[in-house]
Every structure is written in structure tokens, then in C-alpha cells.
Design a protein around this ligand. Sequence first.
Ligand SMILES: Cc1cc2nc3c(=O)[nH]c(=O)nc-3n(C[C@H](O)[C@H](O)[C@H](O)COP(=O)(O)O)c2cc1C
Length: 140
Amino acid sequence: MRAVVIHESLTGNTEKAAEFMVARLAEAGVEAVSCPTTAVDYQALAAADLVIIGSWTDGLFLFGQKPGRAARIAQLPYLTGKRAAVYCTYAIETGRTLPKLEELVRGLGADVVGGMAIRRNRLAEGAEEFVDRLLGVVAA
Ligand SMILES: Cc1cc2nc3c(=O)[nH]c(=O)nc-3n(C[C@H](O)[C@H](O)[C@H](O)COP(=O)(O)O)c2cc1C
């Protein structure tokens, strides 16, 4: 299986989470790479059986949350026929960030099989838990 993790990151947390995911996927024998939304690895994307897309939570901390720079995600290539999963990183409260991200990725034609909000003070643990859960779903 091959996977690609595409991240939209302002201060580095979402990117770090992507790197932890790639490491965990590799441990499980999945060929995985990560890339930012601004420099998509099209070759890896074309070959991927699983596409993980992540962004950060942008809002007024307790309300109005949405995926950061959502327009960059909406402009990703079509993912018709691909399995995808979404994640967001956050500080305090995600509101509807995750369902909004899921909707965006579904709009690209992907079959969204999972999602997770990862708090910025537990990026490694969250990323590993997410990958383990996803592998349970896609391997089934
Ligand atoms: C402009 C701005 C708005 C934010 N709004 C929220 C918010 O509403 N709720 C929240 O929990 N975190 C909020 N955060 C925190 C980020 O979502 C969090 O630090 C995230 O991990 C950043 O990811 P990044 O380092 O990949 O950019 C905000 C951060 C910024 C810069």
C-alpha cells in the first residue's frame, strides 16, 4: 500500500503531525511521503491508495472555527476513486473544522474513511493513534 500526507501548515504543527504519520506508516510497511499543499508530490498522489489531508484550526478560539487556508485544499487535484482521511491540529477547540475539512475533501471526489483532531501538544501520540486507526479501517 502507498500513502501520501498533504498538509497545510502555518507554524509547523500540522507538518510535524504529517511527518509522525509518515514514520508510523513506514513502520507498518506502507510506502508514505508527505508534502505541503503548495508543493504537492503529484507522482506520489497518483500512486497513493490512501490520501491523508491535514490543516490547522483557524477561528476565534471558542467559535467560528474552520480549516486554515481552506482554499488551498479546495484547489487540490481531484481524488476521484481514492480513499482519503482528514485531520486538523488545534490548540483549544476545533468546532466544526473536521467536518468542514471532510466536506472539502469529499468535494474533490474522495471516499473519506476517517478523521481526527490532534491537539498541538500531543502531535506524535495523536498522529500515531490516527494512523493505527486508519490502517485498521483500510486493511479490513
Ligand atoms: C490565526 C489563528 C487562529 C487560530 N484559531 C484557533 C481556534 O479557533 N481554535 C483552536 O483550537 N486553535 C486555533 N489556532 C491554533 C492553531 O490551530 C494550532 O496552533 C495549530 O496546531 C497550528 O497548526 P500549524 O502550526 O500547522 O499552523 C489558531 C491559530 C492561528 C494562527
